[in-house]
Structures are given as C-alpha cells and as structure tokens.
Design a protein around this ligand. Structure first.
Ligand SMILES: CC(=O)[C@@H](O)[C@H](O)COP(=O)(O)O
Length: 269
C-alpha cells in the first residue's frame, strides 16, 4: 500500500480530478466531431473511457428528432456534455451560442473558444476575455480554450474561469506539444485545472501532456482521423493513464553522462 501512495496520498486507482464541483476519474475528454458516422463516434468514445464529451452546439443536431441525433449514440445520461463554441470568431457569437445551448439543454458548464482566422485558428485572446467576462457575469461555469501564454491563462483564472485549456498546437494539426515549456509554466502557476486542448496527434503526445502535470487532455482529430478510430481511442485512454502515473511517480533526473546500472563492487578482476 505504501509503495502505491502518490503525492496526493491516494492510490493511483483512486486518482480523480474535479472541475466546477464535479469529480471525474477519466482524464481524457474527447470531441464528438469529424467521425465518419454517429455509430463510429459512439464506439470510439466508449473505447476512450472518457466521461466528458465536447459538443459543437452550432454543428451538431441536438434538437431535430427527424434527423440522426448524437444523443442516440452518446448517451447524455452516461456522459457529461460540454457544449463548445466551435466555429465562433467573435465574442458576441460565442456568448449567443452558449446562451442558446443553455436554453436548449440547460447546460451551465461550457467550453468557450473564440478562434482567430485560418490557417491557424489560433485563440483570439482579446475576444476570449470579452466573452469569458460576459458569460461569467451571466452565471456560466466557463472552461476556456486559450493561448499557451502564462499571463493570459492567469488572467482567465482570475476572472473566474473554472478551467484553462491552453492549446498543444493548432486545432486539427496533429503537431503535438509545440511549446511544452510554456504549458509547464501555466500548469505550475494555476489554481484551477489545466487541460491541454487541441493539436495532439498520437498517443505519446497525450502521455507527454500528462507527464507535464496537466489535469486532463482534450482531443478529437487524433482519434477521429486515425485509420482505426476505435483502436486509437483505446491507445489514448492507455496513454493518458500512463502519462498520469509517470507524472505521479516522478521522472528520474537527467544525467548528462552514463551511470552504469550494475554495481561496480564485487566485479571479478
Ligand atoms: C473538440 C474540441 O473541443 C476542440 O478543442 C478541438 O477540436 C480539439 O482539437 P483536436 O481536434 O486538434 O484534438
């Protein structure tokens, strides 16, 4: 038992995290877009072990019972739906979209993203600050996609955002963590959960984000655009768990010279 204790005094199996007063065991959050079909969406999400799924309010059918509905494949009783503002490029659009989501589905915990123009769709931080302020005033609990900028992340935390979500790399790029040093700095200084969001391309990059000490990882394209999405979802689940264990276990120090793994004493001369 003692050998299993981590920094928080719990065993890794009991390890969980909390956002806006809700506790989760899975540290992998997945998107629901970009799949070939809703069947594939449901299967991949089940394989990922995720408990929270993001839903692009402007793009997904949540209300027309005549058309195929996400809810039939990703049961809202099983998963926490996190409506997001994908496709919004102004603060006004983002605020309006989440107000509509709250009216339609009662969702109060939301993911805010206000994107700049192509080709990078980088978070538009002035517009993000404006939208976050309006949404928090309106009683929303805001998880916010942001630049990998420690000052911006701190400002969003101080405004009252319940989680900050710096990008690993541009959405859909699959480039992995382009700025791990700044991500680490955001994580070390945060008093709210930090989630690395977007740009992860494969399992080792999800593990790397967790090894930096973030609370969770949010990804979509890496699973949906894999040749075998369900298998990649399994890989992501394992990677996030492995990265979390490695973070809690503590990395050995880097030696810039060899340190023989067999003792030198007792060698036959
Ligand atoms: C799904 C979501 O909420 C977005 O933040 C984004 O789509 C994730 O980015 P990737 O698709 O690059 O993983």
């Amino acid at each position: 038992m003692d050998g299993m204790q981590n920094q928080g005094g719990t065993t890794p199996d009991e390890d969980s995290w909390e956002v806006a007063g809700q506790r989760f065991r899975s540290r992998l959050i997945v998107g629901t877009g970009r799949y070939k079909s809703l069947e594939e969406t449901g299967e991949a999400i089940a394989a990922s072990g995720a408990e929270i799924v993001t839903v692009a309010v402007r793009r997904v059918n949540l209300s027309d019972p005549g058309a195929p509905m996400l809810q039939d494949f990703v049961d809202p009783k099983t998963y926490t739906y996190l409506p997001n503002t994908a496709g919004c490029h102004t603060a006004q659009d983002a605020v309006r979209t989440l107000r509509l989501a709250r009216e339609a589905g009662g969702w109060n915990l939301v993911k805010l993203e206000v994107l700049g123009p192509p080709p990078f769709l980088y978070p538009d931080m002035p517009a993000t600050f404006e939208a976050a302020e309006a949404l928090i005033k309106d009683g929303f609990q805001v998880m916010v996609y942001c630049a990998d900028d420690p000052l911006a992340a701190k400002r969003l935390e101080e405004m009252g955002c319940v989680a900050v979500m710096p990008l690993g790399a541009p959405i859909g790029s699959g480039l992995g963590l382009t700025n791990p040093f700044m991500l680490r700095s955001i994580i070390q200084n945060a008093k709210v959960p930090v989630l690395v969001d977007a740009g992860i391309g494969t399992a080792s990059e999800a593990a790397q984000a967790m090894e930096l000490g973030c609370d969770a990882v949010l990804l979509n394209s890496a699973i949906a655009h894999a040749r075998e999405p369900v298998r990649m979802a399994r890989a992501m689940k394992a990677a996030v768990e492995a990265g979390r264990h490695a973070y809690l276990a503590g990395r050995m120090p880097r030696n810039y010279s060899a340190d023989a793994s067999s003792p030198m004493s007792g060698l036959i001369k």
